[in-house]
Design a protein around this ligand. Structure first.
Ligand code: NDP
Length: 406
């Protein structure tokens, strides 16, 4: 019987998911795109029809409201809900899914609008609820988290007996020509990069511990194939929380992201004047959240596609032991912003997030990734996901490195 798919969120990532599901319509069946603003869904549906020839249904929903979600789910009866709205909506959508017995997928961990925590706690706590409903939730099926978790699982399965250290390396060398803009939702992006950094380390006889750093305190220069050397800053990133649970023998995991000096100077200045604040302030009798206001001023990430040039390169650098010998491998994926735009009218950051969201959903619908409960990506067999990446627009490479490198 033909499947039904519901995508929630019509931003930059939602656009890519809609295109890619339509390109795989034999699996996704009847596809509906829902968001708060119907006109955004309709605009995407129009482009998909023109470029891919597939008709999408559209709907409006406020995903902060469980009753509204349940009403929509009952009307559409989807087999899967792909949540590419904002991390604030993760819990309401998960709860509506368990209420209606529908599999769930997202690309970012739940965040409370008033406190930036970047943790899976509240989503993992819903494991029993998903088991009881006999359905699954796949968390973090974007690029990072997402593909980076799958790269780690692939390294663990095929290249190592034990992985000792992992460095996740995220480089976006795209240029959109604006003095300052973010490549995905500004609020979520700026909360992430202005927070304290953190990495995880385990000394031989001790429990692993998180070591906190000041924002942008640790910088290393990494050499990214097809991009070149870039200053990369240690950040906390959510996939590390699940990887420390699931990768055998791990002694250290870190995450680095590249930033240009101009981006950092803009960010520091905005932070110094209080524009990155997430608590309400009063302005002429009106309450505003500075970060939300800034988000209104900045270019919409979905509009960057047509003007972004350059490449992204995201990968993992893993060191460990295989058959008693030390080994180091680097798995990475390079995307070209202009090629992404040519294919689906989006820049590379939305593309590299939306394609893995589609792939995760495809594997669930095909029954290749199956289970009941709440899962992170590395808990499933990485092979079918890695095969799909190759054919759905995100081909990857593996390099064996000499052990003297970082
Ligand atoms: P955008 O801001 O471009 O789009 C978000 C969309 O969600 C908008 O269409 C918006 O509404 C919709 N939305 C927001 N609130 C609600 C609500 N209450 N009800 C219904 N719809 C709502 O964000 P992006 O597309 O850039 O990012 C989407 C998600 O992808 C985010 O969670 C982000 O964190 C994640 N992400 C993950 C990455 C990864 O690699 N794992 C990388 C980049 C992003 P409206 O219809 O009104 O516009």
């Amino acid at each position: 019987m033909s499947k039904k798919t519901l995508i929630i969120g019509a931003g930059g990532v939602g656009n890519v998911v809609a295109f890619k599901c339509a390109m795989n319509a034999q699996i996704f069946g009847e596809i509906t795109l829902a968001s708060r603003t119907l006109s955004k869904c309709d605009a995407i549906a129009k482009n998909v029809k023109k470029k891919v020839g597939v008709e999408l249904k559209t709907a409006t929903v406020d995903a902060d409201s469980i009753p509204q979600l349940i009403e929509l789910f009952k009307e559409l009866t989807p087999d899967i809900v792909i949540n590419v709205a904002l991390p604030y909506q993760d819990l309401t959508i998960m709860d509506a899914c368990t209420e209606c017995g529908i599999d769930y997928l997202d690309t970012a961990n739940y965040e409370h609008p008033d406190t930036a925590k970047f943790e899976y706690k509240e989503q993992w706590e819903r494991d029993e609820q998903f088991k009881e409903a006999n359905i699954m939730a796949l968390l973090g099926s974007g690029f990072d988290p997402g593909v980076t978790n799958v790269f780690c699982a692939y390294a663990q399965k095929h290249y190592f007996d034990e992985i000792h250290t992992i460095d996740i390396l995220d480089c976006n060398a795209g240029d959109h020509g604006y003095p300052f803009a973010t490549n995905f939702n500004p609020e979520i992006n700026l909360r992430e990069v202005s927070a304290n950094g953190r990495y995880w380390q385990k000394n031989d006889d001790r429990q692993g511990e998180w070591i906190e750093t000041k924002p942008m305190e640790i910088m290393q220069i990494w050499d990214y194939p097809e991009v070149g050397e870039k200053e990369s800053y240690l950040l906390y990133h959510e996939e590390m929380e699940s990887l420390v649970k699931h990768i055998k023998g791990l002694k250290r995991i870190r995450f680095f992201m590249t930033f240009g000096q101009s981006y950092l100077t803009h960010m520091k200045c905005l932070e110094n004047v209080g524009m990155l604040g997430i608590k309400e302030v009063e302005h002429k009798g009106q309450k505003i959240v500075p970060m939300e206001f800034l988000s209104t001023l900045l270019p919409d990430p979905a509009s960057l596609g047509a003007r972004t040039k350059g490449k992204t390169n995201i990968g993992i650098y893993a060191k460990g032991i295989k058959d008693g010998k030390e080994r180091t491998i680097y798995i990475y994926q390079v995307s070209d912003h202009e090629k992404c735009y040519e294919e689906v009218l989006s820049q590379g950051v939305s593309y590299t997030t939306g394609v893995p969201a589609m792939i995760g959903a495809k594997l669930i619908l095909e029954g290749k990734w199956q289970g009941t409960g709440v899962f992170n990506m590395e808990e499933f067999d990485p092979d079918p996901f890695m095969e799909e990446l190759m054919v759905q627009g995100l081909p990857w490479k593996i390099e064996e490195k000499s052990n003297s490198q970082k």
